[in-house]
Design a binder for this molecule. Sequence first.
Ligand code: URA
Length: 284
Amino acid sequence: MTLEPDDSAPGLRELLAFYAEAGVDDALVEEAPDRFAEAERAAQQAAAAAVAPPVAEDRSATQRQPAMAAPPRPAATAAVPDETQIALARQRASEARTLEELRQQLADFDGCNLKTTAKNLVFSDGNPEADVMLVGEAPGRDEDLEGLPFVGRSGQLLDRILAAIGLDRQSAYIANVIPWRPPGNRTPTPQETEICRPFIERQIELANPKVLVTLGGPSAKLLLRTSEGILRLRGKWSVHTTAAQVAIPTMPTLHPAYLLRNPAHKKLAWRDFLEVKAKLRSLS
Ligand code: URA
């Protein structure tokens, strides 16, 4: 459906622009639910129930009023993110013996609400045999449509950064902490992140890169298990330790989307990637 704002709908253009800027650029269902009508209906039902005369004990079955209609339920019932789902995610991830098995485990996993609104699973791009693995936060709109990480504007910047140190998608492996696009690009909840943690940790373990690069704060915090901010973390070598206790040298750096918004900080990322280049040289 194409929405054509016209003079009969003053303000619609501004409203659509506001939605687009807020990241609301996709419809989740065909018809917009009327939350005001739903709330009004629920209030009317509650008021009717409050004034209804008590049902006489001896009324025959034929005299009984039909039960109050239940409020409409949403079409898709999302899984409840809780400890059970985290435990299930851990079990599924640990069962995967190869990256392909891990991708399949993720595709079959229904314990993360984000899957219900995403169009595609965004598992990885690049070469899983590469010496360096880069981990971002979560797919955006373009990544969701293509099913590949970092293909939008920030991905194009990432490609330029990689090229500057002699790398490309044949010599780097790329993934995200969260493999499904959060609706409207919202920040994933801590529970969603914890549900996805076992999968990205296993993905790193199976890819077994010589060097890990985290892109942005959320990825650094999760994989380095720290609450320190990215501006403090970046540029300093740290270590990601896998479940099998393999220590992988890790460089936290700024996210390409942040660099697009703050071009003055590109020089900081440049320094970080020169460190990565030197480390890869020293390890080869
Ligand atoms: N931002 C990310 O963190 N990952 C992507 O894949 C795209 C944008």
